[in-house]
Design a binder for this molecule. Sequence first.
Ligand code: KIV
Ligand code: ZN
Length: 511
Amino acid sequence: MNSHIQIFDTTLRDGEQTPGVNFSFDERLKIAKQLEKWGVDIIEAGFPASSTGSFKSVEAISQALTTTAVCGLARCVKKDIDAVYEATKSAAKPRIHVFIATSPIHRDSKLLMSKEQVIASIKEHVSYAKNYFDVVQFSPEDATRTELPFLIECVQTAVDAGASVINIPDTVGFSYPKEYGEIFKTLQDSIKTDHDVIYSAHCHDDLGLAVANSMAAIENGAKRIEGTLNGIGERAGNTALEEVALGLYVRQDHYGNQTKINLAETKQTSDLIARFAGLRVPRNKAIVGQNAFSHESGIHQDGVLKNPETYEIMTPQLVGVKTTELPLGKLSGKHAFSEKLIALGYDVNPEEQKALFKQFKIIADKKKAVTDRDIHALIQGTEHEQNAIYKVETLQLQFVSNGLQSAVVVIKDQDGNTSQDSSIGTGSIVAIYNAIDRIFNRETELIDYRIDSVTEGTDAQAEVHVQIKINDQIVTGVGIDHDILLASCKSYVEAHAKYVAHSTTEEGMHS
Ligand code: KIV
Ligand code: ZN
């Protein structure tokens, strides 16, 4: 059996169940590649039976990764298991995760199944999955609210049917560390088997206990932790994997076990996911928040200058946070720019580099110092524009003080066709958004609008995030520009474009 603590990343499955987060196909592939670089053992790449989009991305991730196991989620339904088999068959290490709810509330209100029916379904579907996969993982959903004797019966049935990984989901984030840890101990003491079984923890953060519960599971024999980067996920989210990895590293004196995570890639991985998810990491977030390594009080600053260990239990360098940087400026040449891209971890081909350099020069003309965050924003903006199925061609505004504002918007699709419309509004942004709604001929509801400045100072670039609801579906968009109104326009067009892309690929059901 493996002695390290395995990390099972479900950012692309449970993480994507965060309201308003819809990764595009390219984003999913980039995230999977970065997770492989970060060193996770298994990536849950999606729920292939839920939609064509999910199937295709699990298939592409299976083909792209070389060392990391790729897993797909399946209900206790044969067509779900077939879909995972088809989607992961070219993976270096294909894996399946079969689940069924076991708690009384789920049995009686959701599944309308008796205990006997649940047991029969586990037996049938875990055995069926075992025909196709060497390693089958089984989860009794809502395990922590399941009667303990029945939970043991479900797990024993899954193990007898061939499951070699048993995952215990605290689906609604209800448990507390002592209780959750004891479930692991009880299962290991009760389950009889002649094959190795790995116990795995899967926690949700409704009471803010997901990481603490996961650590308690490790103290009680769990050898695998499931979670997401930055803790993203349904409702309050999942276990933040970066916190688990660093907890085990910093307190190895207590846990005595390590992950295979490449800690120096942590910040990079967190940043990428925050960007693609459109969710800013809170400044005070452990490990990856902007303030995680800054010291404000004079006493702390004095201590850190004398000896960093006075107030730092780990160095920023350990997790890939850079504390000193050399900003670029308008005199910086192609070589310095290319070195900077490499230092920031971007692998950009010469053609793309040429285009990026041109845009860098435009920013450098407007800003005194082009910081690392500006370069990240530049790449992010370019990624958004490259993936865009619609681009903003022109934005024209007329501003009248104390009156209605008007906007004309022209957008271009991938085939070069343009569409345009105009509208008025009580403010410039309302006018722009009304004009865009008219182009797409859709009713929308603006759920969230947020402007972040990429860096400090009046010359900073603006990063606008919008979340809109179209036909009950929430989509997000990001726009980056020096001009707030243009950034707002780009973000709204991207949200509409995501709705179009999503409705053409996601015609299936969801978990
Ligand atoms: O939280 C949960 O119960 C899940 C299952 C599908 C494992 O995500
Ligand atoms: Zn979950």
